[in-house]
Design a protein around this ligand. Structure first.
Ligand SMILES: *Cc1c(COP(=O)(O)O)cnc(C)c1O
Length: 166
């Protein structure tokens, strides 16, 4: 859990140790590209799909360069991205994928939680979202190693009173 979605997203990018360029969508809240530039990474905007208003997964591959390290996609207004095609692309090109799920609390695809896709998913519990706690955010991941790293990043690298790792 985090104090908001933006800090969660900043931490997700940091935890994956991304480099170079991140492909993302221009149709989102400013926090999405801000999280990329605040990590000193370059933003590459990909056009959106006119029906879902999410990143057009068919246009991602043309934007991949040797500097690309990840895709940061947004499930706009609760419409899921084409997670299956994005999954295929990231596997083929050895990239990471983060989903900005700020609008996608409780979203399912084929009865699978939206959290089943991507390396890390970010949720926002800001007062303007579907489920909220006034302010708040969260990350989900299926990787225990990543969870442990995220917990350390949140706690200034403090493992215990005598060991500080970051
Ligand atoms: C609200 C929102 C954020 C930021 O979440 P906060 O909890 O307000 O920091 C990020 N991305 C999208 C798409 C949002 O709508």
């Amino acid at each position: 859990l985090f104090n908001n979605g933006t800090i969660a997203l900043l931490t997700a990018i940091k935890a994956l140790d991304l480099k170079g360029e991140i492909i993302t969508t221009p149709f989102t809240f400013a926090a999405t590209p801000h999280a990329i530039s605040w990590n000193n990474l370059d933003i590459v905007f990909c056009d959106i799909d006119k029906n879902s208003m999410c990143i057009d997964a068919n246009k991602i591959e043309a934007l991949i360069t040797p500097r690309t390290s990840a895709i940061l996609a947004v499930h706009v207004f609760g419409n899921p991205c084409d997670v299956k095609l994005i999954d295929k692309i990231v596997k083929q090109h050895n990239l990471k994928v983060i989903y900005d799920c700020a609008h996608a609390f409780q979203l399912h695809i084929d009865k699978k939680s939206i959290c089943e896709y991507g390396d890390i998913n970010m949720f926002s519990f800001h007062a303007t979202k579907l489920f909220h706690t006034l302010e708040g955010g969260a990350l989900t991941t299926n990787s225990i190693k990543l969870k442990e790293k995220i917990d350390l990043l949140k706690n200034f690298g403090i493992i215990d009173e005598e060991n500080v790792d970051m």
